[in-house]
Design a protein around this ligand. Structure first.
Ligand code: NAP
Ligand code: GCO
Length: 268
């Protein structure tokens, strides 16, 4: 029998950058990677959020290094990577998590807003990936995890820009795999289902009588697991895709959605 060790899932000594991980899914994924042994760097657009997040990481037993950096600014991200490499060492793992959403019918959406969402949710993962890939090639290994979405596969009213960006991110994932798989870089994505974070809080707002909103009920009924996901649901998949256990997994979109994409919906 071939050799196998659970140590393949460990990330001891690895340096992981998780973008936009001051809160939400990024924060959860960063904690998961840290519990598996990785050193964590994150960024945010505000110093206040960096400081608050460092304290929250500490509460979770994680020593994370945080700095202000806007992922849409290529020069700023290059400088950020230089800083992280000085502080923690070369980057082994990049998680492209930072993103924004604006929910508005397409014909009412300003082109400036559409461009901003594409810039943050699609152009920025390109910028961040292209910044770290040369170092990964030099060192002979690297892991990139893009955070996709149900909207990488499905459309829905009011999220045209977000869906266009997340669909594009799926193909960027496959293209990075295609171009750099030969350099021992694995680029995969996680496609979370509906996860309870600030981003989705407006969708879960309670009705005046305390009951669940129709959209909230719709999501629960569309999810075979019968619930919203928690950031903890994404930790194991992220550790797997960041670790040597996934060295032959490349260009894959791992949907962590409680089964949404497998399900036609409740029959009448
Ligand atoms: P969130 O709480 O809004 O987190 C997004 C983070 O991105 C924020 O903490 C924000 O950090 C950061 N960010 C935004 N623009 C940035 C920029 N230009 N530069 C640097 N950081 C920036 O949302 P979330 O729910 O955790 O989402 C995280 C990721 O999962 C996103 O890619 C989202 O599309 C994806 N996702 C979410 C769900 C869900 O149901 N929640 C499902 C599928 C996919 P600061 O405000 O601190 O700058
Ligand atoms: C929405 C949601 C979604 C989720 C997620 C689904 O308005 O439908 O915000 O886009 O956040 O990305 O996987």
């Amino acid at each position: 029998m071939a050799d196998f060790s659970m140590d393949q899932f460990r990330l001891d000594g690895k340096v992981a950058v998780v973008t936009g991980a001051s809160d939400g899914i990024g924060f959860g994924i960063a904690c998961g990677l840290a519990y598996a042994g990785a050193k964590i760097a994150f960024n945010s657009r505000s110093q206040e959020k960096v400081d608050q997040a460092i304290a929250r990481y500490k509460e979770k037993g994680v020593e994370a290094v945080g700095h202000v950096c806007d992922v849409t600014d290529e020069e700023a991200f290059k400088a950020y990577v230089k800083l992280i490499e000085e502080e923690l060492g070369p980057i082994d793992i990049l998680v492209n998590n930072a993103a924004i959403i604006k929910r508005v019918p397409m014909t009412e959406m300003d082109v400036a807003d559409f461009r901003k969402i594409i810039d943050t949710d699609l152009n920025a993962p390109f910028i961040c990936s292209k910044t770290v890939i040369p170092g990964m090639i030099e060192r002979g290994h690297g892991k990139i995890i893009n955070i996709c979405s149900m909207m990488s596969e499905l459309g829905r009213e009011t999220v045209a820009a977000y869906a266009a960006a997340k669909g594009g991110l799926k193909m960027l994932t496959r293209n990075i795999c295609s171009e750099y798989g030969g350099a021992n870089i694995q680029c995969n994505a996680i496609g979370p289902g509906y996860i309870a974070t600030k981003q989705t809080a407006p969708l879960r707002e309670r009705q005046p009588d305390g009951s669940r909103s129709p959209f909230d009920q719709f999501i629960v009924s569309k999810t075979p697991a019968g619930r919203w996901g928690d950031v903890e649901d994404l930790m194991g998949p992220a550790v797997f895709l960041a670790s040597d256990a996934s060295n032959f997994v490349n260009g894959h979109i791992l949907y962590v959605d409680g089964g949404i994409l497998a399900y036609i919906g409740k029959q009448p």
